[in-house]
Ligand binder design. Structure first.
Ligand SMILES: NC(=O)c1ccc[n+]([C@@H]2O[C@H](COP(=O)([O-])OP(=O)(O)OC[C@H]3O[C@@H](n4cnc5c(N)ncnc54)[C@H](OP(=O)(O)O)[C@@H]3O)[C@@H](O)[C@H]2O)c1
Length: 265
């Protein structure tokens, strides 16, 4: 049985992960972490094979675990990463919003422990990355690329990590550097669209779980590649697949393309 700890178990993804672990025949909930001061501290989680008390003590909760699944916020997740490294516990990192240096730090942890880091753990989105790569290579430089994403009103980072990854995939396929060609939102007298840029537009509202569309707009036609998530269970199931993938594999840094066997397709 894979011994799983869930960080941020009070959150939207944390709740979906608790359900997914509970339903998985090969996983057992080893521990659950929340923010210090959370109302859930000390609560006994029902439904687990062994009763699990929700804790804020990261090292004690991770002791003896196989893997931590983290969908929280940037600061706590980096603290969790340090403790995982120290204790030799694998990490599935689903949190988004990291800057370049923080992403580098997560990648470096792969020298000591198994790490899967992906801004989107759904099978469909990871397939979409491959479709985007193909579309960009075939359509080439003459099609304007715009990325539109929509999420629920509680999301704290923008554009979404998934939208940024989509931008990176397209930029790489077109031989561009996203940091140089991204345009984040437009307002006022912007002038004409600059060729070779990749535009991002963000929508926030209600309970939208996660919609992404990449538009390749040419002269006389446009191609749109879209993904719409309708349940967080798709991300939770993907995170469990990632946890199983790391089991018995040793140290290394991976993303969902590795987990799903999509790399190089
Ligand atoms: N990779 C993917 O497939 C994927 C899919 C969906 C979401 N995400 C990302 O996952 C993250 C969580 O999303 P969500 O919608 O579940 O958010 P959420 O509902 O706000 O949950 C965040 C969780 O983190 C906890 N937390 C906040 N600050 C903390 C701290 N200082 N120490 C410990 N725990 C802390 C929260 O505890 P309290 O409730 O006590 O504040 C809560 O349990 C976001 O970065 C989101 O973009 C990734």
């Amino acid at each position: 049985m894979l011994k799983v700890v869930i960080a941020g178990c009070s959150g939207r993804m944390g709740q979906a992960l608790l359900e997914a672990v509970h339903e998985a025949p090969d996983c057992v909930l080893h521990g659950a972490l929340v923010r210090p001061g959370s109302e859930m501290v000390g609560k006994l989680l029902e439904g687990a094979a062994q009763p699990v008390r929700v804790s804020v003590d990261v090292p004690a909760t991770l002791a003896g675990a196989d893997v931590l699944i983290d969908f929280t916020r940037v600061e706590p997740s980096l603290h969790h990463l340090d403790v995982c490294e120290r204790l030799g516990v694998n990490l599935v990192m689903g949190t988004t919003g990291f800057d370049a240096a923080q992403k580098q730090r997560i990648a470096e942890a792969g020298q000591k422990i198994g790490v899967v880091f992906a801004p989107n753990m759904s099978v469909g989105v990871n397939l979409t990355f491959g479709l985007l790569d193909m579309a960009a290579r075939i359509l080439g430089q003459d099609y304007d690329v715009e990325i539109i994403e929509a999420h629920h009103r509680h999301k704290v980072d923008a554009p979404s990590g998934t939208a940024l990854r989509m931008g990176e995939v397209v930029a790489r396929a077109l031989g561009r550097d996203l940091a140089q060609c991204a345009v984040y939102g437009r307002e006022g007298h912007t002038g004409e669209r600059e060729a070779q840029t990749i535009g991002f537009a963000t929508v926030r509202g209600g309970d939208i779980i996660g919609d992404h569309t990449v538009m390749f707009a040419g002269v006389g036609e446009r191609v749109e590649i879209s993904h719409k998530a309708s349940s967080r269970m798709t991300f939770a199931q993907g995170a469990l697949r990632a946890a199983r993938f790391l089991s018995g594999r040793g140290a290394g840094y991976f993303d969902m393309q590795d987990v799903l066997g999509l790399r190089g397709l």
